[in-house]
Design a protein around this ligand. Structure first.
Ligand SMILES: Cc1ncc(COP(=O)(O)O)c(C=O)c1O
Length: 430
């Protein structure tokens, strides 16, 4: 395997200085562990939990002070009243996912938002009852969709169509997704896929699948958990009906932080749509009048249910400022360079150890992946990942039965991180 070339990080440095990177502490009985040559871990788990921006602490302290100094008056007074707090997140969120500001809102958590969106957009009627989704899906999405179907008194086994890759293949082909949607025709109520698959890292062809859903008269929604902040998306222009995403992965907003929601303006403007309502979904002008009738604005804000947790929202704002400063287009370019470098190194490792032992399952075409590379190993993944973590200081997560996911996150990962991962695998698998 090639030696590390330090000029790579000098020439293409990223934005690591904005983040806290955990330090590497070798086990006490193994102080000379290979990872101890480096002060910090090589962090590849930003697809699970993004690292903490340095500015987040100050942002939270500001809100603690607002609470301390104003009490309930903080809703309407102080440097930044909480009543309209979420509105500052709207424009940067819209820029992040290619939406209009009135099409997005930050609220709740991801699975909760999926339920709220299905409450509006999954309305089975006559023969149009089916939800088409992928079979290799993050379990929460599977549970949410099945329970929505059952909620309408329908049998998920019959009314949820889950697509598998072809035999011997790891990822879905767009042509197969499109053909299934066309074959089912007017039986399809909702098409709902993960834009970037959590297990394989595959980025689906969102415009083609959205168009196919619309051709048969279905509503099309996307889970952007692994896409938001990872790949450039244009939800409005691609005519997506609805989408939801979390902000604790690539959006670095902290464990369990708030989720985002997109509702295309053709739906958002329709205030008569059915929804599961709460007081924060009424217009800001009337919200505190405590009136009997629900009075939604013609925007995605109308899907809000409860008043927002400010201490969860402050980190989202910090994160969105970083994305605004850097810009998704610039970030994506670095992402492609970094991920290509890691992929090349992994191929070198594989060649060096006899052409077996590991295989990258994430598609190689730039339009079909984000920064995550999912690697299949023939060796026990749990044991291997533990060694990488404890002795090499390489943090990557396992997904049963045989995948370890490596996400070089373009905001803070380095070429050295990628090289450390490949070097560790080279030593451990040789
Ligand atoms: C694709 C996908 N859907 C749903 C979830 C669950 O999210 P939450 O626990 O925020 O509802 C995750 C979490 O990682 C995910 O990756």
């Amino acid at each position: 395997m090639r030696p590390f070339d330090p000029t790579l990080d000098v020439e293409d440095p990223g934005w690591r200085e904005h983040f806290h990177v955990p330090l590497f502490a070798p086990p006490q009985d193994f102080p000379d562990a290979p990872g101890s040559a480096y002060p910090e871990v090589a962090y590849f788990a930003g697809n699970s939990l993004g690292l903490k921006p340095r500015a987040t602490r100050e942002a939270l302290l500001t809100e603690f002070d607002q609470w301390a100094n104003w009490g309930v008056e903080g809703q309407l007074s102080g440097p930044r009243p909480w009543k309209d707090y979420h509105e500052a997140l709207t424009e940067p969120t819209a820029r992040l996912v290619g939406a209009l500001p009135h099409e997005v809102v930050v609220m709740n958590s991801l699975t909760v938002n999926i339920h709220l969106l299905f409450a509006t957009f999954y309305r089975p009627a006559g023969a149009r009852t089916k939800v088409v989704m992928e079979d290799i899906v993050f379990p929460s999405d599977g549970y949410a969709v099945a329970s929505q179907v059952a909620w309408h008194g329908l049998d998920p086994a019959e009314h949820v169509v889950r697509l598998r890759p072809r035999d011997g293949e790891d990822t879905l082909r767009t042509e197969d997704v499109v053909r299934t949607i066309r074959d089912l025709g007017d039986e399809v109520a909702v098409v709902f896929f993960s834009a970037v698959n959590y297990l394989t890292g595959e980025w689906l062809d969102m415009p083609a699948i959205t168009a196919a859903g619309h051709e048969v008269g279905a509503t099309v929604g996307w889970d952007l958990a692994h896409a938001a902040g990872n790949v450039p998306v244009s939800l409005h222009d691609w005519d997506v009906d609805f989408a939801a995403w979390c902000s604790y992965k690539y959006l670095n907003s902290g464990p369990g932080s708030l989720a985002g929601c997109f509702i295309h303006e053709r739906h958002a403007k329709d205030t008569s749509l059915p929804r599961l309502a709460g007081w924060w979904g009424t217009r800001t002008e009337t919200r505190f009048r405590m009136e009997r009738d629900f009075d939604p604005p013609p925007t995605a804000d109308a899907w809000q249910v409860s008043n927002p947790p400010i201490f969860a929202m402050a980190p989202v704002q910090v994160s969105l400022e970083i994305f605004d400063d850097v810009g998704m287009a610039v970030l994506r370019e670095r992402s492609l360079r970094l991920t290509a470098y890691l992929r090349d190194l992994l191929h070198e490792v594989r060649a060096d150890i006899g052409g077996r032992g590991l295989e990258v399952v994430t598609p190689a075409e730039p339009g079909r992946h984000g920064c995550q590379l999912s690697v299949r190993f023939t060796r026990d993944i749990h044991e291997l990942a533990a060694i990488l973590r404890d002795l090499d200081g390489v943090i990557a997560d396992t997904r049963n039965p045989d995948i370890i996911r490596f996400a070089p996150v373009p905001l803070y990962s380095t070429y050295l991180d990628c090289w450390r991962a490949a070097d560790a695998l080279h030593r451990r698998l040789a």
